[in-house]
Design a protein around this ligand. Structure first.
Ligand code: CA
Length: 224
């Protein structure tokens, strides 16, 4: 099993490295977001241990970039900011688990083991909402068993929303998931894709609704 450790504090890196190695886990270490992204593209990891306060930004932004590339690697977020708002932010950004510093190494290892048990299931995970089914492994979407024809970016919007069904997905998270970081985009491009999706979902009687809060984000839920 190979872990990507994204952490900038040398003492923490040393402690985590040895704890992970003792548990027969291979460790790739990145000290900032840029390095982490390069490593995630080059190598397949079984899990990511991710610090939030990194020299070049908030660790959470890495998660959206990974998901945008179809990388569903489980992510355990570490942070000194351990209050409820930060915890919710972490999970809303697609983190699989969250651990506040300081923490016991044993707890980290236990949570990591739980995450490492998940990937195989995740590959073939099919999420169903209403009459809609999304196969994350094959990235196929269907309504009542019939394939639903979506454009690539529409599919990315659906994927990002379905990962967090019933929860608000913030605009910046959707933008990164759908457009990538470097694309030049119009600010209303996301809303255009959502409008088209809403029409297609209604036409196919998918039984799901995309709700929006202007300027904040979108949320997918079963049509009541
Ligand atoms: Ca840090």
């Amino acid at each position: 099993m190979r872990i990507l450790l994204v952490e900038d504090e040398p003492e923490m890196v040393a402690a985590l490295r040895s704890a992970l190695a003792r548990n027969d886990l291979l460790v790739d270490h990145a000290a900032d977001l840029a390095q982490a992204m390069a490593m995630a593209v080059d190598e397949v990891h079984d899990a990511v241990v991710l610090d939030r306060q990194l020299p070049d930004g908030d660790g959470l932004s890495l998660i959206a970039k990974l998901r945008a590339r179809g990388n569903a690697v489980p992510v355990l977020v570490l942070t000194a900011r351990g209050d409820l708002a930060d915890r919710v932010a972490g999970l809303d950004h697609g983190a699989d688990d969250y651990l506040g510093k300081p923490f016991a190494l044993e707890e980290l290892l236990a949570r990591l083991r739980a995450l490492l048990r998940r990937p195989a299931q995740l590959q073939s995970e099919v999420v169903r909402v209403g009459r809609l089914a999304f196969d994350f492994g094959h990235r196929e979407i269907s309504v009542g068993g019939a394939p639903l024809a979506l454009r690539r970016r529409e599919l990315l919007v659906m994927e990002a929303l379905l990962r967090r069904t019933g929860r608000m997905v913030l605009r910046p998270v959707l933008m990164e998931a759908v457009f990538g970081v470097d694309d030049e985009i119009q600010s209303n491009a996301l809303d255009t894709h959502v409008s088209r999706l809403r029409r297609k979902l209604a036409e196919s009687a998918a039984g799901v609704t995309i709700q929006g809060i202007r300027g904040v984000g979108y949320l997918l839920r079963e049509t009541p």
